[in-house]
Design a protein around this ligand. Structure first.
Ligand SMILES: C[S@@+](CC[C@H](N)C(=O)[O-])C[C@H]1O[C@@H](n2cnc3c(N)ncnc32)[C@H](O)[C@@H]1O
Length: 261
C-alpha cells in the first residue's frame, strides 16, 4: 500500500510509536515534533486515557465495545485491553479511513470476537445495522461507546450523533470520549502544529471548549472527575512515569453512564 499524503490516523500512529505508517507520515510527524516536542506526550496521554477508561468499563462488567474512529491497529488496541480481562469480549472498530480499516482487518483476520466496519461516525444507522455489529454486539446488554480523539474531525454538532448511539444502548452502557481543546487553551507551539497537521492531512479540525465537550454528554450521567484534560482523568488508575510539570494536555476527556432516565 502506498501513500502520497499523510493521513490523520497514520501520523497519530507515528506519534504513538506504531509501525502502521508510511514515509510521508513519518516526515509529517517529524516536522510536528520539531515544532512541538510535546506532541508525542499528547498522543500517548490520549491513548493511556483510553486504556484507563476501557479498564474501568471492564471493571463494571461491560465486555462489548464499539470503538468509533478507532484508527490504526497501533500500540494498546481496545480489543487487547478487553481480551486481557475478558477473552470472549466483543469489539467493533469503526473508521472512515480505508487504510486504517485495511490494516485493522489484516491484524484481526480470523478473530471472531472482533470486526472492523468502514463507516463515517455520522452514519449511526449504518454502523448499528452493519451485519458485523449485529453479529457481535448484544444490544440487550450494556455497551461501551468509545469516541476517542475522533469528534474534532466532525464539524457538525456531535451531540445528536451521540444521542442516537445513546438511544440504541441499554442503561448501564457508557460513553468514553476525548476531544481536542480550543486554540485559546493551547500553547503557541501546539496551535502551530495543529494547523500544520490540518493542512497536510486535509482533515478539517473543529475545536471545542470544555463546556462544548460537556454538552456532548447530554443525556449521559457524566462521571467523576467530569470533563478534564486527558492526563488528569483518574491518573491514579495507573503508574504515570511523567511529571505533571509539563503542563496539561490540550485534549479533554470524560466518561458518561447511560442511566435509566
Ligand atoms: C487521532 S485518531 C484516534 C484513534 C483512537 N480513537 C485513539 O484515540 O487512540 C482519529 C481517527 O478518527 C478517524 N476519523 C476521522 N473522522 C472520522 C469520521 N467522520 N468517521 C469515522 N472515523 C473518523 C481517523 O481516520 C482516525 O483514524
Amino acid at each position: 500500500m502506498g501513500a502520497d499524503h499523510p493521513s490523520a490516523a497514520r501520523v497519530y500512529d507515528v506519534l504513538l510509536g506504531g509501525s502502521a505508517n508510511f514515509e510521508v507520515d513519518r516526515e509529517m510527524a517529524g516536522r510536528m515534533l520539531a515544532a512541538e516536542p510535546q506532541a508525542v506526550r499528547y498522543a500517548r496521554a490520549n491513548r493511556r486515557f483510553l486504556r484507563r477508561a476501557v479498564d474501568g468499563l471492564l471493571d463494571e462488567g461491560v465486555d462489548q465495545v464499539i470503538d468509533l474512529g478507532s484508527g490504526l491497529p497501533t500500540v494498546g488496541n481496545v480489543h487487547e485491553i478487553v481480551h486481557a480481562v475478558t477473552p470472549d469480549g466483543r469489539v467493533v472498530y469503526v473508521d472512515v479511513d480505508p487504510v486504517a480499516v485495511a490494516f485493522s482487518q489484516q491484524l484481526l483476520a480470523g478473530d471472531e470476537r472482533t470486526a472492523v466496519v468502514q463507516a463515517d461516525v455520522r452514519d449511526v444507522e449504518a454502523i448499528l445495522e452493519d451485519p458485523a455489529t449485529r453479529r457481535l454486539i448484544d444490544f440487550d446488554r450494556p455497551v461501551g461507546i468509545v469516541a476517542a480523539a475522533v469528534f474534532h474531525f466532525v464539524e457538525e454538532d456531535p451531540a445528536p450523533i451521540l444521542g442516537r448511539f445513546r438511544a440504541a444502548v441499554v442503561p448501564g452502557s457508557y460513553l468514553v470520549l476525548s476531544h481536542l481543546t480550543t486554540p485559546a487553551q493551547m500553547s503557541r507551539e501546539t496551535v502551530g502544529v495543529v494547523r500544520r497537521y490540518r493542512e497536510s492531512t486535509g482533515s478539517p479540525l473543529t475545536f471545542r471548549s470544555r463546556n462544548q465537550v460537556v454538552d456532548l454528554f447530554a443525556g449521559w450521567e457524566l462521571l467523576s472527575p467530569g470533563v478534564v484534560p486527558v492526563d488528569q482523568w483518574s491518573p491514579e488508575l495507573e503508574d504515570l512515569e511523567e511529571s505533571a510539570d509539563l503542563g496539561p494536555v490540550p485534549i479533554w476527556a470524560g466518561v458518561g453512564l447511560r442511566s435509566s432516565v
